[in-house]
Design a protein around this ligand. Structure first.
Ligand SMILES: Cc1cc2nc3c(=O)[nH]c(=O)nc-3n(C[C@H](O)[C@H](O)[C@H](O)COP(=O)(O)O)c2cc1C
Length: 168
């Protein structure tokens, strides 16, 4: 039985989703960066932010706990292709559902080395999106993130996770 949410967050967006999900499911939530980790061997929903396609902290969580679902947040627009690439890049077993929810981006909240990486990355993401004729809402949100701090965190993005949990 899933009895906790375990998460990792660098700039707070995944933390917001973890809090919203914890409230929706009435589960305790544990920050991987804190000294009190999720109790070992528990069945957990793991939530982490995307770093070059990797779900931060997933590997550690999968060693310590029984991860029953993975929720990844990132700045990309959601798509089935993205969800499948997250599964492949992180070697998430086929029987573990993967959910992706658009988070946010805040350059000023990042440590300096990561700012350097993202300064150039954001320029190339923005250049790609400028070529899109009519951006959809998710693409527009990603574009905004490349220009200034912007959050697309929305409780509705958790609906598929909540539906999955309620079907257990
Ligand atoms: C170094 C770095 C790499 C990133 N790589 C990706 C990525 O591969 N895909 C993506 O969609 N977002 C990527 N992002 C964006 C973050 O995943 C996004 O801002 C996320 O919402 C941050 O969550 P947090 O606020 O909980 O830390 C990257 C951000 C940084 C700083």
């Amino acid at each position: 039985m899933v009895s906790a949410i375990y998460y990792s967050s660098q700039t707070g967006h995944t933390r917001q989703y973890a809090r919203l999900l914890a409230e929706a499911l009435s589960l305790p939530w544990y920050d991987m960066a804190r000294r009190v980790p999720a109790p070992k061997s528990r069945e957990v929903i793991y939530m982490g932010w995307l770093f070059a396609g990797k779900v931060k902290g997933y590997e550690k969580a999968a060693k310590e706990n029984r991860v029953k679902a993975v929720c990844a947040t990132g700045m990309s627009p959601p798509s089935d292709k993205l969800t499948e690439s997250i599964r492949a890049a992180n070697k998430i077993p086929a029987d573990v559902p993967v959910f992706y929810m658009q988070g946010g981006f805040n350059m000023k909240a990042l440590p300096l080395p990561l700012r350097g990486i993202m300064y150039f990355k954001n320029k190339s993401i923005a250049a790609g999106l400028r070529k899109v004729d009519a951006m959809n809402a998710h693409q527009a949100a990603t574009f905004r993130m490349t220009q200034k701090a912007y959050s697309a965190v929305d409780r509705k993005n958790l609906d598929p996770v909540i539906a999955w949990y309620n079907s257990l």
